[in-house]
Design a protein around this ligand. Structure first.
Ligand SMILES: [Zn+2]
Length: 85
């Protein structure tokens, strides 16, 4: 039971845990606010989410193009290794 709910803020570990839920839009409003609040002042997390969102777009695009998860996995690994390419 947490009593001090008002002082509760997400730290980087909290963000890490919720990245997928955030990207899949599965956080409730309160969680979303806390999540985005953290991104406002934490540049590394902000960058990370930005990257994850791009990745998700890529996956969507790729899965339409050809529904072959193994291949997709390969492509993703390439992106993760060379995010600027
Ligand atoms: Zn952070």
């Amino acid at each position: 039971m947490e009593s001090k709910k008002e002082s509760k803020k997400y730290n980087c570990a909290d963000i890490e845990k919720r990245v997928n839920a955030y990207i899949d839009d599965q956080l409730n409003n309160r969680e979303k606010i806390l999540f985005e609040e953290h991104l406002d002042y934490c540049l590394p997390c902000d960058k990370k989410i930005e990257f994850e969102l791009k990745l998700k777009e890529f996956v969507k695009f790729k899965s339409v193009e050809k529904s072959y998860p193994a291949k997709l996995d390969e492509e993703l690994k390439k992106i993760i290794k060379n995010p600027d390419n």
